[in-house]
Design a protein around this ligand. Sequence first.
Ligand code: ATP
Length: 378
Amino acid sequence: MTSVEIKGVQKHYGGFHALKDIDLTIEEGEFVVMVGPSGCGKSTLLKTIAGLETVSSGHLLIKGREVTKLEPGDRGIAMVFQSYALYPHMTVKENMGFGLRMAGRPKQEIDAAVGRAAQILRLEEQLEKKPKQLSGGQRQRVAIGRAITRSPDVFLFDEPLSNLDAALRTQMRVELSTLHAQLGSTMIYVTHDQVEAMTMASRIVVLNRGQIEQVGAPLELYNNPVNLFVAGFLGAPRMNFVAGKVAAADARSAKVVCAGGLTVDFEALIEPVSAGDAVTIGVRPEKLRIDDTTTGLTFSADVRLMEYLGRETIVYAEAGELVTTGSDSGTGVFTVQVGDIRPFTLGTRVSVGFDQRDAYLFAADGRSVTLPKSSAKI
Ligand code: ATP
């Protein structure tokens, strides 16, 4: 059953077009994560669903009911914010029961709902405490508990983990995924953190400049990004991008030559490119290998930096004439993710290689023209 429908939603702030023709259907029980860089419009979109922002045009439906003009309290949603928004003078129990008290529900029902939520969120020991006596993670659990007690049709989360430290964020990610599995409710979650999106979502919505770039399951988007933006946004470390030129092409294939002479042949393109086109080749860091003779295509590079992360090593290697684009570490620098711990020496020349089948080709306008790569079915 459909839970949320967003139809042709536009949002203008004066002359600024913040949401551009957003269409999205969310099924009952999905965990949808909206992700994108700062200012892309993800919070605005969430607020329009919540009713905290009006839409300039378009329609919003929740469980088939038009809610576009309804007040937030009449939409059947509950929202959890980054800032917790707890009442400091109320106990945990009072905070969690607040929505039901305002709705005039009987005390017995409120106590039962608070007790149930406290059990799910392991807050039973904290019910008589005030928010200032709790840790950040516990406060956020109270805010989630307040949403649970209202039994909403849809949970909306606006960057709820941003105020927590890295260890607690990881723990809360697991807790939220478990909570979703337990409740089976529809959840819409906004974050700028692609790791949160990849780990929690049943579907990810990638937003950029007020527009949806791609919607799909995490691994589908990771393996088959439709364009340069999605390819660069999902994945840490980022995909490597190399500038190239189409030397020869027909309807299904292309030979791409990069500065320094690296040549990559692409077969079975889903759309043709033309000789002379400026294109971009993409290879994920984990698909590059160092000093491995089994790889098909190789180029030379000098080791500039290593990061030993315990179970893997990230090597930044500078490849003379090859032009990398959009890299965090400078023009010509490739990021290689080595799946084990190997000693590298700064300044050493290494051979970096990859299999052509792992490379993506992006046309001049940024669209991916490579055949979808198989996604592991999970
Ligand atoms: P962040 O991760 O930084 O919160 P975001 O993707 O959530 O970013 P939004 O808060 O949705 O971004 O804002 C989208 C765009 O709309 C931004 O460029 C922002 O400046 C603009 N905007 C948001 N609210 C208003 C407002 N009330 N008036 C004018 N412009 C606004």
